[in-house]
Design a protein. Structure first.
Length: 325
C-alpha cells in the first residue's frame, strides 16, 4: 500500500501538459474533499487552475501574431525575388527588357532596406511601391517584364498582413494581467499547499484512511512524468531532414565559373507542446551544401546535409543554361 504522494515534475511539463495535469488534479481533490477537509485550500487551487486555463487559452487564440510574422516573411521573400528577377533582366540580351528592368530597379532601389524595416514602415513602403508601379510611368515596363503576377501576390500578402496586424492588436487588448510563467507558479504553489495538507493528515492519522486518494494521485503523477520523459527524448533527438521540403531552384546562368545556390529548406518538427510545425532551416547553422557538375551548362546536382540539430541528406538538381549576349 502506497503511503506517500509522488512528486509531479511540473517544471518540465509543457504548457498544455501543465494545465491538463492541474485540471485532473483538481477533479481528484474535489472527489476526496471530505477526506482532505480544507475547503479554503481547494477553492484557492480551483481558482488558480481556472486562471492558468484562461491564460493558456488566450495564448492559443493569439495565433494572429505568429501568422503576422509568417506573412511578413513571405512578403519579404516575394520582394527579394522580384529584385533578383530584375537583376537578371538587367543583363538580358533584349535592350527593351534591360531598360525596363533598370527603370523599375531605380524605383525599388529607393526602398532597398525595406525588408529590414519595422512592420509599419515595410507595409507603407510596399503600398508606395505598388502604387507607383501601377502608374502610367511604370505600367509598360511592368507588362514587358511580366511582373503582374508577382506584384499581385505582393499586394495580397501586404493586405493579408494588415488584417493579421489588426487581429493581433485586438487580441492584445484582451491580454490577461498575468503571464504564463506566473500563472503556472501560482497554480504550483496552491498544489503544494494541498499535498502538504494530505501528507500531514497521513502522518497524523492512519495511512489506511487514504489509500485510494494516494493511489489515484500517484497514478496521475506517474502518467504525466512519463509523458515528460518521452517528450524530452524526442525533443533532444536530431531531426532527419531527408523528408524536408526544398523550394525549386531557379534556372542559373552559365558564367564559366562554378554556380553556387543556397536552397530554402523546410522540415516538420515537433514543438515542446507536442504540436507539429514547419521550420525553415538556416544555412551553415542547420545544413551545408555541396555541388556536382555546377560549372558547364546542363544539370547540376545539389547535396544538402543536415548539421547541428539536424541529420540526413537531400539531393536535388538545378539547371545551368547559356544565355547568348
Amino acid at each position: 500500500m502506497e503511503t506517500e504522494l509522488r512528486k509531479p515534475n511540473v517544471s518540465r511539463y509543457s504548457n498544455a501538459e501543465h494545465i491538463e495535469f492541474s485540471k485532473i488534479s483538481n477533479v481528484i481533490f474535489e472527489k476526496n474533499k471530505d477526506l482532505i477537509d480544507a475547503p479554503a485550500l481547494l477553492t484557492a487551487y480551483q481558482a488558480k487552475v481556472m486562471q492558468e486555463d484562461h491564460v493558456y487559452k488566450w495564448l492559443r487564440r493569439s495565433e494572429f501574431t505568429e501568422k503576422k510574422a509568417e506573412t511578413d516573411r513571405e512578403r519579404d521573400k516575394i520582394l527579394l525575388e522580384i529584385v533578383a528577377l530584375l537583376h537578371v533582366f538587367e543583363k538580358h540580351f533584349n535592350p527593351s527588357l534591360r531598360d525596363n528592368a533598370k527603370h523599375v530597379l531605380n524605383l525599388v532601389g529607393n526602398y532597398r532596406h525595406l525588408t529590414h524595416s519595422g512592420y509599419d514602415a515595410e507595409t507603407a513602403g510596399i503600398d508606395s511601391i505598388l502604387e507607383k508601379l501601377n502608374s502610367a510611368d511604370y505600367i509598360p515596363a511592368v507588362q514587358n517584364l511580366n511582373l503582374g503576377t508577382w506584384l499581385a501576390q505582393l499586394a495580397q500578402l501586404n493586405s493579408q498582413f494588415k488584417n493579421y496586424a489588426d487581429d493581433a492588436a485586438q487580441e492584445q487588448i484582451k491580454k490577461p494581467d498575468i503571464n504564463t510563467k506566473a500563472a503556472r507558479r501560482e497554480t504550483d504553489g496552491a498544489l503544494r499547499r494541498i499535498t502538504l495538507r494530505i501528507t500531514s493528515l497521513i502522518d497524523l492519522n492512519s495511512p489506511a484512511n487514504y489509500p485510494e486518494l494516494v493511489r489515484e494521485f500517484n497514478v496521475h503523477v506517474e502518467h504525466y512524468n512519463t509523458l515528460v520523459h518521452e517528450h524530452y527524448g524526442r525533443l533532444h533527438a536530431k531531426t532527419d531532414i531527408s523528408q524536408g521540403e526544398i523550394a525549386p531552384v531557379e534556372v542559373q546562368r552559365y558564367t564559366g565559373k562554378p554556380v553556387y545556390v543556397i536552397p530554402s529548406v523546410k522540415v516538420r518538427k515537433e514543438t515542446k507542446d507536442g504540436a507539429v510545425t514547419v521550420v525553415e532551416l538556416v544555412f551553415s547553422q542547420d545544413f551545408t551544401v555541396g555541388y556536382r557538375n555546377n560549372v558547364a551548362p546542363g544539370t547540376a546536382t545539389l547535396i544538402i546535409d543536415g548539421i547541428g540539430k539536424y541529420v540526413g541528406e537531400i539531393v536535388t538538381t538545378f539547371n545551368i543554361v547559356a544565355i547568348e549576349a
